[in-house]
Design a protein around this ligand. Structure first.
Ligand code: 5RP
Length: 236
């Protein structure tokens, strides 16, 4: 029987924790519906006696983790994270990513930068040949002058839409707005990132390039593929 989306998320989250989290580690907790299953699995390990020090990429993930008895500290209380497990919105064949549809891209990027092994968990619906073909690219911007920032973003060839929630602009944990930038396809992600990052008012973009140590993909047939393993095999 084919697995549904939730079953795939749970499967890949549990496989990732069991493969990459060891007793005594410091662990970054991602955000989103796939990461939620990962936090629940970490909670089970803590109950079994694992000594883990965690930091969260969102208020939402922090609250869930604390409710499960997981020790959560501020990122600045630790030197680095051994591993972070997080979701993604798009994954290309080279493990380049778009993240941030859950609104946590800024903290996710800061946590990823402090992490030795960033592990991405996703179901096969997130796979794309080219970034930007399914999902918009979320870009977090300062509220001040955000219409001007939108104009500059659209000059990069996208339609930029201010993210809304309950009839009001969505506000991130950092107090900023998000523009969801829809491209037909992102042909040159590294170049685009360099263009977006120099726009005044941009706080962070949702391109996570050369960030993933491994991407685990759950398939409807109940298997989980490690893209790092598959890429390594191709090179042999
Ligand atoms: C949040 C993210 C999430 O990891 C991403 O949106 C995937 O979420 P989900 O697992 O719910 O599909 O980047 O900012």
């Amino acid at each position: 029987m084919a697995l549904d989306a939730n079953a795939m998320k749970k499967l890949v989250a549990e496989v990732a924790v069991d493969r990459y989290v060891k007793d005594g580690m410091s662990v970054g907790l991602g955000t989103g519906s796939t990461a939620k299953f990962m936090i629940e699995r970490i909670g089970e390990l803590v109950k079994q006696g694992y000594d883990l020090t965690c930091t969260a990429t969102s208020v939402q993930s922090e609250e869930l983790a604390r409710s499960l008895g997981i020790k959560v500290v501020d990122l600045d209380e630790i030197d680095h994270l051994d591993v972070t497990i997080d979701g993604a919105d798009e994954v290309d064949p080279g493990m380049q990513l778009i993240k941030g549809l859950g609104g946590a891209l800024l903290r996710e990027k800061i946590v990823a930068a402090a992490t030795i092994n960033e592990i991405i968990i996703a179901d096969e619906s997130k796979l794309v040949e080219k970034l930007g073909t399914k999902a918009p690219l979320p870009v977090e911007v300062l509220r001040f002058g955000h219409e001007h920032t939108r104009y500059a973003l659209e000059r990069q060839g996208c339609k930029a839409t201010l993210r809304m929630k309950d009839g009001e602009p969505f506000v991130t944990d950092g107090g900023n707005y998000i523009y969801d930038c829809k491209f037909e396809a992102i042909e040159k992600p590294f170049f685009l990132e360099s263009r977006i990052d120099v726009i005044p008012g941009v706080v962070e973009n949702g391109l996570f390039l050369n960030t993933a140590f491994d991407v685990l993909i759950a398939k409807a047939d109940g298997t989980v593929e490690s893209m790092a393993d598959s890429l390594a095999k191709k090179e042999e």
